[in-house]
Ligand binder design. Structure first.
Ligand code: ZN
Length: 208
């Protein structure tokens, strides 16, 4: 088939126009049509001299919080997850052929939505790192490490009285707990990088 018109997001259309390779496939999945296009895009040279790291705290309430101040909230995704759970329970109770079919179709939709949101968030973070010449470091601190003050490094359970609040008992520094964690992750990323970079360097020979 040739000369079939198609449309999409402006950014996607530009990528397709510039980098399309060979033929494309049309696919129908869960009642939706998709155009699968292979694109070959040259990778940018990696930045081997980052000025610092964008620390990314991964969580559930906030899917990702960066040390540069962006909080990607999971509110929308969590709310629809709750609706999805209810619908699944309802369909399971019915247990008819059509209910199973609906459940299957819905599961596909759910997975695609989560993938889409994750993709958008990662693109945002990568763009932020590239713009500021930084590397990226991701972590789910959890436990005691999420109770460390990113300013004075004092660690105490009482530093984090609630899921969202961080207040250092030693220096008084207060911030959203996820932001505080993202700063710690950014520091740790930097140290890991420096240690790794050092170990790759040839050993110094001192001449007396
Ligand atoms: Zn402190």
């Amino acid at each position: 088939m040739k000369h079939v018109a198609f449309t999409g997001e402006a950014e996607q259309l530009a990528t397709v126009a510039e980098h399309r390779q060979g033929e494309s496939d049309l696919l129908c999945q869960g009642g939706q049509w998709y155009l699968l296009v292979t694109c070959e895009i040259a990778e940018a040279e990696p930045n081997v001299h980052p000025v610092g790291f964008v620390g990314v705290d991964l969580g559930i309430v906030n899917i990702a919080t960066t040390s540069t101040g962006t909080r990607h909230s999971g509110r929308r995704i969590n709310r629809t997850r709750e609706q999805d759970r209810k619908l699944r329970a309802k369909l399971q109770k019915k247990n008819t052929k059509s209910a199973k079919r609906r459940a299957k179709k819905h599961a596909g939709k759910e997975a695609r939505r989560a993938r889409d949101i994750n993709h958008k968030i990662s693109k945002c973070i990568v763009a932020e790192a590239q713009r500021t010449a930084r590397g990226i470091t991701l972590e789910d601190l959890g436990g005691i490490r999420s109770r460390e003050c990113s300013r004075c490094h004092h660690m105490e359970t009482a530093n984090r009285p609630s899921q969202a609040t961080f207040t250092c008992r030693s220096c008084g520094f207060a911030e959203h707990a996820d932001h505080n964690a993202s700063h710690n992750i950014s520091h740790r990323g930097w140290w890991t990088w420096v240690r790794g970079a050092e170990s790759q360097a040839p050993a110094l020979t001192l001449i007396a």
